[in-house]
Design a protein. Sequence first.
Length: 126
Amino acid sequence: MAELKHIESKGSTRRHEKAGLATGGGGGYDDAMEARVNKLEEFAIETRDRLSRIETRLDSCATKADVKDLEATMYKEFSVMHKEFAVMHKEFANLYKALDGLTWKLIGAAGLLVSAVYFIATQAKP
């Protein structure tokens, strides 16, 4: 058991030497340790401020439930739009048929008009 304590204290001393810390016997005050604690305190304050900003941003973010609700709403709206586009497609098909019929009537009327003008021009004697 005494050997184990000796080994533990030897390893502990090595860790302190690597870190540049006093190994004891000096009254318990270490200037380097004070500087490290001050840096840690500054880091803690900065971390608290950053965490506060992150929490503020998270308040405006959507939750899983919000996303699910949006997905359901979008699905419904897209379904309605799809039906409306189908109706519009039918209306355009009807319009196309009507325009096609009118186009041929217009071509026929123009042909008759050209024929009438030609007839008048060739038969009229000045």
